[in-house]
Design a protein around this ligand. Sequence first.
Ligand code: 7PM
Length: 259
Amino acid sequence: MGIVNVTPDSFSDGGHYASTAAAIAHARQLVADGADILDVGGESTRPGAAIVSAQDELDRVLPVIEGLRDISVPISIDTWKPQVMRAALAAGASMVNDINALQEEGALKMVVASGAAVCLMHKQGMPQTMQQQPHYTDVIAEVSAFLRDRIAAVEAAGIARERIVIDPGFGFGKTLAHNLDLLRELETFCALGVPVLAGLSRKSMLGALTGRDVTERLAASVVAALLAVQRGAAIVRVHDVRETVDMLRIWNAVNGSEQ
Ligand code: 7PM
């Protein structure tokens, strides 16, 4: 899964042409590099980030999704807002990546009605404050119980198991020790019976371990993706698709799977 961040335009013409065109070009490059899914986001869900209004988020992501109508891979919309889900799914997205695991009022109904796939992610607290004091008695048990309960809730609401993906939410209300536990024990989440997505790309845990700035975390990100795949991750959410696909080619060759 390749990350397509749609950033606000700094141009004063009120339009979004430059950022839209850049995001579409970037998305096409990610697919050329081997991405199997594109995750399009308007930057509303980043830890510590200010909440963006649904209208601002739609103004950013919709033209990008519309501009990718002919793309050969599924498009995921990275949002927790039901209004953004509805418009993005109508515009051609077929998956919702929700850091709030469809707990927002109206979100579950929206995905049920659309027939879309969903990624249910765990987080502790709210993005603005969740890194202040993450606390767990048993991080693996607690994240696992949350994901198990959300799978049951969305299945009961009418989303087929085949359309559900889960994600322990690296960095979302977790200390470095919690993140390492989650990665070490990723197979526990695979046992819940749906594909596991891992998002480790360029994250601050990799910065903490290497001492490197976010722009210098390529090697750490590719290794982290490999460790996740070795422990059963079915999808890795990454910025650096080309390098990650190279890694997966080696992994697949050694494991005797498709080249
Ligand atoms: C700053 C800090 C900017 C963190 C961006 C981020 C995930 C996600 C994000 C994830 C799923 C990033 C994160 N992370 N969705 N959205 N799983 N499903 O690295 O781990 O993009 S935001």
